[in-house]
Design a protein around this ligand. Structure first.
Ligand SMILES: [Zn+2]
Length: 71
């Protein structure tokens, strides 16, 4: 679910990147790009993530990796 975008990015008046806040389903793979709809255009934007939490590939839970998994 998309929560917001800075006005400067929306209007393309400034900047090469933008931080946005979204809800992501962590049970699946994270998207590498998102489609951003502007009033008269639609652009594909590459996604970079900051401060991702550890995700265990064994149990799928967040907060530890496979080396710390209790399963
Ligand atoms: Zn685990």
């Amino acid at each position: 679910m998309f929560h917001g975008i800075y006005l400067t990015t929306k209007e393309r008046t400034y900047g090469y990147y933008v931080r946005i806040l979204v809800d992501v389903d962590l049970s699946g793979p994270l998207p590498n790009s998102v489609m951003v709809e502007l009033p008269d255009d639609c652009i594909l934007v590459k996604v970079m993530y900051e401060n991702l939490p550890l995700k265990c590939i064994v149990c799928g839970n967040i907060g530890h990796d496979r080396t710390q998994c209790q399963r």
